[in-house]
Design a protein around this ligand. Structure first.
Ligand code: GDP
Length: 194
């Protein structure tokens, strides 16, 4: 099953442009190039709903997609070294503006590259989610790029790095093979129905 009715609705570059929250929001967050567009496209059964960017960090907008009974919200990627200070400030203003609003936050899907140790930016984002009490899961991307022998080792390494966050839920995923997609869709559906 996929969210194949998804339609792009709105992109906003400043918090004053944010649309009213009219449906539960399932939010996707992660550093540039982590595979966020690829995950969204896979979950929605589409080739190019969210843009798979060749230039990481280029589009710092929050993008809203309409998916039946919820909105899928694609946050701008973070952690791209080559963006200007002004662009970083705009990113921060946009994110704070979004999370400060009274919105129907339903679930945050936080992405991490399964091949690597989470970065300081990743840990900062997870701390924010944890401390704010928002429901979230962590999707570990690019599973297919790991050898079988590395999968459990990396799961343990990431689990150890994030051990201060109790009950963290990790979902390995590959956009290439689709492995892990059904479980993620299941969690999203459950969170929307609650
Ligand atoms: P975004 O910047 O987070 O939206 O990342 P993209 O979805 O644009 O992906 C960045 C790059 O990683 C692209 O070249 C994708 O094809 C590649 N990629 C993303 N997910 C996977 C995956 O699960 N497996 C493999 N092998 N490549 C992936």
């Amino acid at each position: 099953m996929t969210f194949n009715s998804a339609e792009f609705e709105f992109a906003c570059g400043t918090s004053s442009q944010l649309p009213q929250s009219t449906k539960p929001e399932v939010i996707f967050s992660g550093k540039s190039n982590v595979g966020k567009s690829s995950l969204i496209n896979k979950l929605c059964g589409r080739k190019a709903l969210a843009r798979i960017s060749s230039k990481p960090g280029k589009t710092a907008t929050i993008n809203f997609f309409d998916v039946d009974d919820f909105h899928l919200v694609d946050l701008p990627g973070y952690g791209y070294a080559k963006v200007s200070k002004a662009e970083k400030q705009r990113w921060a203003e946009l994110m704070e503006g979004y999370f400060d609003q009274e919105r129907a936050f339903c679930l945050v899907v936080q992405l991490l590259d399964m091949r690597h140790k989470p970065t300081q930016d990743d840990i900062g984002m997870i701390s924010f989610l944890h401390n704010s009490g928002l429901p979230y899961i962590v999707v570990l991307t690019k599973l297919d790029k790991l050898k079988k022998s590395e999968v459990n080792k990396n799961l343990a390494m990431i689990g150890e790095t994030l051990k201060e966050f109790d009950d963290i839920r990790l979902f390995p995923f590959s956009a290439q093979t689709g492995e892990g997609a059904e479980s993620i869709i299941g969690v999203i559906n459950e969170s929307v129905e609650e």
